[in-house]
Ligand binder design. Sequence first.
Ligand code: GLV
Length: 318
Amino acid sequence: MARVLITRHLPAGGTDPLIEAGHEIIDRDDDAPFTPEQLKAAVSDVDAVVCLLTDKIDAEVIAAGAAPAGRLKVVANVAVGYDNVDLAAAQAAQVAVCNTPGVLDETTADIAFLLILAATRRASEAEIDLRAQRWPGWGINQYLGHDIHGATLGLVGYGRIAQAVARRAAGFSMTVRHHTRSNTNLDGWCADLDEMISECDVVSIHVPLTEQTRGLFDAKRIARMSRSAVLVNTSRGPVVDEDALVDALEAGELFGAGLDVYADESAVNPRLFNAPHTVLLPHIGSASHATRQQMARVACAGVVAVLAGEQPDNLVVD
Ligand code: GLV
């Protein structure tokens, strides 16, 4: 029986794989995130950690948990992205890392499509006015946006989530293009990101956060987009330079934006709150009951497999 630390309460049923395998679960009494010091102390006498994307599993945390200080064998991140985990430190310390691929694609694609529609049709600002009782009644020039049906969508990255967005776009008769660094040999692939985004009505970002993608949408790149276009980001906030985005929106150089993720998720850039034609969601891409439970299960099943000496499909490094 191994000791498994769960850094926050997981959805009901999420820890079933650990329970079924007979492991001891170290759960939390409260739902506040660990401070870095608390996290280091908590990992020092466990075999595995099931953590969230808000937990920074850096080299210090790994060192506090792994041999010779401790006996940590595996970190399972309840997220598909794992930029919060120092993979090099984990690998050097022989700590396996798992994530939750495959179970949140459709749910996250739903939110990406919601943002595409809402930003393009100005749904948030219209609803905010209505709720504030500022709507004087129907007007022929009110809240004019752009059509999504028949428009061109550019997907940046073409993994499972982007492909799920493409399937939705087909139902709206959109032309769908995608950019990845290597040729997908699939219809709609564009070698040149700048060329692709200059020809799109909507650009939706679906890349992991890496040193190559940090700041990918900077002022220069955003300036390539059409003035009537919308930028949607459901991946990771730091992929977009938020100040450059707000500058472009305020100057009317970009029509709108739909964001689910932010450069600093504990203190969202306040300039975004007043940016024109902007829809802001609090990182809820995968937030359905079924998907969050499934994510927790996949992460916990990864822990069980690694502790049993197996190589689960959701292994990022071993
Ligand atoms: C959510 O952002 C995830 O990476 O799963």
